[in-house]
Design a protein around this ligand. Structure first.
Ligand code: ZN
Length: 258
């Protein structure tokens, strides 16, 4: 790794540790307490948008030829930004909102595709609403913190890079590190696993069904709904047998061939 590349990796690691990580943690707490103020949302939005520049600096130093626009366009899929709403375009929107804040309104000739999708994007598109911050655009009205910022924060924060090579691997994208909490099976307790399985949260806002407000929101001109994030790989029988040996016996009696 040459000096230029190691400096770029070091800069992103410092940015993550000193700025993005701590601000993401504060923002998470505000979101879960429904105490998000407008400037908080614009603040973390800016830090997320600037992370793209730090990552691009690494990619550039490593020899990847791409424009910032190209990197932003593929960012969600490359860095594992989850959630089906605003599918694969969350960082594009984060970048556009940041640009709108900086320039009052997005330059519609430079961002034609986004303007066609969302209409005019100005700094007024984020609106405070009783401890939440909504994003209101043509055909869209939704909880910006939970639907867009939260998955972006999850994708970028929580990493613990052991060395600069790790940072470089991350910047290349498509990486899954054991050190990232988001990818560690959090609990090995089968009862906790069963509780999680039986109480899915909304794939779009990460809220349980009782708190999910997606049905009151609008996405691409259509009313939203609770989108349970069922774990389709969950092995119900295996987890039940770990909870209770009796389950295994009962199951074998019902299906003797097993
Ligand atoms: Zn929801």
């Amino acid at each position: 790794m040459d000096a230029n590349l190691s400096s770029a990796c070091d800069n992103y690691r410092a940015y993550l540790e000193k700025i993005l990580g701590p601000s993401a943690e504060s923002f998470r707490q505000m979101v879960s307490a429904n105490k998000v103020q407008l400037h908080d949302a614009f603040g973390i939005n800016l830090f997320l948008a600037h992370a793209v520049d730090y990552i691009q600096a690494i990619r550039l130093a490593a020899g990847t030829k791409e424009s910032r626009k190209e990197l932003v366009r593929g960012f969600d899929s490359r860095f594992g930004v989850t959630g089906t709403r605003i599918g694969s375009r969350k960082f594009e929107l984060i970048d556009a909102v940041n640009n709108a804040l900086k320039h009052i309104q997005l330059d519609e000739t430079r961002y034609r595709a986004l303007t066609e999708q969302y209409g005019t994007i100005s700094f007024n598109c984020l609106v405070p609403d009783d401890g939440r911050v909504l994003c209101i655009l043509e055909g869209y009205r939704f909880d910006y913190s939970r639907v867009v910022l939260r998955p972006a924060i999850e994708a970028l924060s929580g990493w613990h890079f052991s060395d600069l090579e790790d940072v470089l691997d991350f910047a290349h994208g498509d990486a899954i590190f054991e050190s990232c909490p988001a990818y560690i099976g959090d609990d090995d307790d089968p009862i906790d696993q069963m509780i999680t399985y039986c109480n899915p949260v909304c794939d779009d806002c990460a809220e349980p069904e009782t708190n999910c407000l997606c049905a009151t929101f609008v996405y691409d001109g259509e009313k939203g709904s609770f989108a349970p994030d069922f774990n389709h790989n969950f092995d119900f029988d295996a987890v039940m047998s770990r909870i209770s040996g009796a389950y295994r016996i009962d199951a074998s009696q019902v299906t003797p061939s097993k």
